[in-house]
Design a protein around this ligand. Structure first.
Ligand code: KG4
Ligand code: ZN
Length: 374
């Protein structure tokens, strides 16, 4: 079957044309219009502006995809969670096309899409598919969850963040360090340069931040304290400079702090410390849960799955210590928001639906910013 998939939950408009034949999901076209450059000036996504850009981008992207409506068997669209002004653009386009072309339409959970990026098989570097029970570590700008997958579409959340998502923490920590949005790739790149240019002792000395909730006995996470620890380190550094330059400790105010530029070496070191602390907790809890639940596969999903350190840490830990567990990490093309992953989740869901359920797919899909996965 051929699927047209649409994603517009945050700051990327994604259109994909995909095939699902004999249980193999491949991607014919995966077009993305990113708005990141526009939101950078504001330090984060501005929802109404994002909605406006989706509206401007979606038709040119659909045209660029050169879709032959007669070849399409199913339309899939992200129904939520996400930003309402953004979701409604993709959902309206999908409802309109489904009605005009008389095609079935499936609303897809955005996180289910990220998870199913691991079932995309158009790359020779993806030799095997995840096996159940699987454990998914979902790490994005809005979610941080450990999810057991007992089968296709059968999820059990065993742990999640009690405050910030890890991607959000990356973005906030980067902002405190004066780095542009989105902070994840900025921190990733600087942490790597710090590792490459440092010896073991320097790395040990730089590893100063706490591992929140590492040994709290469950699979929940907390990242807002880590972000605050970055703020305290930045403020301590700035305070020392201010005291050295004759400021009186009692009268130092926010604007004084902000007048002190952070030198590159300090920023690199903080990026390293932040990434080390965040990834330590993610990897430790994932491996602990993988053992406890005796899973056959571990899956990485969400925008933070693009992180080079998290990818390599999980790969080496699992290859070295858990030979019976297969690790699945999406190709970099499918880590950030895209249409293909939404198509993959839709294909596998369609596959397990009965005729009555398939008939119901001619009804309108509604956008739901708080759509639950379970
Ligand atoms: O999945 P995604 O594209 O959007 C959401 O569904 O939220 O994830 C975006 C998040 C942002 O917080 C961004 O900073 C983070 O993914 N991210 C990264 C990297 N690339 C993107 N975080 C760490 N390292 C990266 N290389
Ligand atoms: Zn996402």
């Amino acid at each position: 079957m051929k699927i047209l998939a649409i994603e517009s939950s945050a700051d990327e408009t994604g259109i994909a044309i995909c095939d699902f034949v004999d249980g193999v999901f491949t991607v014919e076209k995966n077009l993305i219009a990113s708005q990141i450059d526009m939101h950078r000036a504001y330090g984060g996504i501005v929802p109404n502006l994002a909605g406006k850009y989706h509206t401007e981008n979606i038709m040119p992207l659909l045209r660029k995809a050169k879709i032959d409506p007669s070849a399409i068997d199913l339309i899939a669209v992200t129904a939520g969670p996400g930003l309402m002004p953004c979701l409604v653009v993709g959902v309206s386009a999908a409802n309109t096309l489904a009605l005009a072309w008389d095609k079935p339409l499936l609303g897809v959970h955005h996180i289910e899409g990220h998870i199913y990026a691991n079932w995309i098989q158009d790359d020779a570097s993806v030799p095997t598919l995840p096996q159940f029970p699987a454990l998914a570590l979902v790490v994005s700008g809005g979610h941080t969850q450990l999810m057991l997958m007992h089968g296709h579409g059968d999820y059990e959340i065993i742990g999640q963040t009690v405050d910030d998502a890890v991607g959000e923490a990356y973005d906030k920590a980067a902002r405190l360090l004066g780095l542009p949005y989105p902070g994840g790739p900025e921190i990733d790149q600087r942490a790597t340069s710090f590792i490459v240019s440092s010896d073991q002792r320097k790395l040990r000395d730089a590893d100063t931040l706490p591992r929140p909730m590492l040994h709290n006995g469950n699979y929940d996470f907390s990242f807002s304290g880590l972000k605050t620890a970055v703020l305290y380190s930045v403020r301590d550094y700035q305070k020392n400079i201010l005291l050295e330059t004759g400021h009186n400790q009692k009268s130092i105010c926010k604007t004084d702090y902000e007048s002190v530029d952070l030198p590159e070496e300090f920023v690199l070191q903080m990026c390293y410390a932040f990434q080390e602390a965040a990834c330590d907790v993610l990897v430790y809890k994932t491996l602990k849960a993988a053992q406890e639940y005796n899973v056959r596969s571990v899956i990485l999903a969400g925008g933070v799955s693009a992180n080079s350190y998290l990818r390599s840490r999980l790969t080496s830990e699992i290859t070295d210590n858990y030979p019976n567990i297969s690790l699945h990490i999406p190709n970099l093309t499918y880590c950030l928001d895209n249409g293909a992953m939404i198509g993959a989740a839709a294909a596998y869901r369609w596959d397990r639906m009965n005729d009555q359920e398939k008939k119901a797919c001619h009804l309108t899909v509604l956008a739901n910013p708080n759509l639950p996965i379970l």
